[in-house]
Each structure stands twice: as C-alpha cells, then as structure tokens.
Design a protein around this ligand. Structure first.
Ligand SMILES: [Zn+2]
Length: 148
C-alpha cells in the first residue's frame, strides 16, 4: 500500500524529535507531538501558514507540540527539521518566555495599561519571543552542521 503524505510527515517528525530533544537536553521532559488533520485556525478562518504550535507547562516539564498536517506536508524534511528545532527551542525557553506575558497581564489587571497598550505589549513581546527563538534555532542548526 502506498504511503500517504501525512504518514511520511508524521514519520519524519517522530524520527527527528527524540534526536533533537536529546541534543537540547530535553530528554527528561514529557513532550507530546500531536498531529492535527486541520489547518491552524480553521475554526475561525485564520492563518494557514502556521505549521506547528507549542504549549509548555514548564512547571511540570510537560509540553505539547501540535502539528497542522495540511501545512506540514508542504515542507521538505530539512524545513520540517528546522520547524521542529524552533518548537523545541520554545519549550527550552518557555520559563523565560512566559515571564513577561504574565507581568503584562498582571499590570493590566491592576489598571496600569489600557486595552490598546496591553495588546501592543503582548504583540511586541510575542515578536521578541519569535526572534530569540529563531536566533537560537539558527545557531543550533549551524553549530550542528559545522561540527558533524
Ligand atoms: Zn515560534
């Protein structure tokens, strides 16, 4: 029976995930990779470009990475690997990355920021998180390619 494209994608993720989790020192975490047979945001008609999202409960060393298969299948193995490392870096940095968000929400609930200010701060924090995640991802992949 021929392999379905989703099967190939899931196989690649399941093959690479333990390798990179070990490289990043995340092998004591409980990291689930959940395949989703939908585009991200299908329920409210949003972004179809998102391939994966990460939700980490760092207090419990527990994370769930959701893979949106209709988006994921469009990528070759090399790109999938880069996305995987990016998501795992989110896990790695999650205790730091949630800190500012918590602070913004706290200050906002105490009337320090209005709604517009709160949204702008959350948005800017999100962009900073993406930048730091992407920089660490590129550094890791570069270092790995140079030394092997
Ligand atoms: Zn990201």
């Amino acid at each position: 029976m021929p392999e379905k494209p989703y099967d190939k994608t899931i196989k690649t993720i399941n093959k690479l995930a333990p390798i990179w989790q070990k490289r990043l020192g995340l092998d004591h975490w409980d990291i689930k990779h959940t395949p989703i047979d939908n585009h991200y945001g299908d329920d409210n008609g949003q972004d179809h470009k998102v391939t994966a999202t990460t939700h980490a409960q760092w207090q419990y060393m527990d994370a769930n990475i959701k893979w949106y298969l209709p988006s994921a299948v469009r990528h070759d193995d090399e790109t999938l690997e880069k996305i995987l490392v990016h998501e795992l870096v989110h896990v790695l940095l999650s205790p730091e990355q949630t800190l500012i968000d918590t602070e913004i929400v706290h200050s906002s609930s105490h009337g320090q920021y209005n709604e517009t200010q709160t949204n702008a701060l959350v948005e800017r924090n999100y962009e900073h998180i993406e930048l730091s995640t992407e920089m660490v991802t590129k550094a890791l992949i570069n270092a790995w390619q140079t030394h092997t």
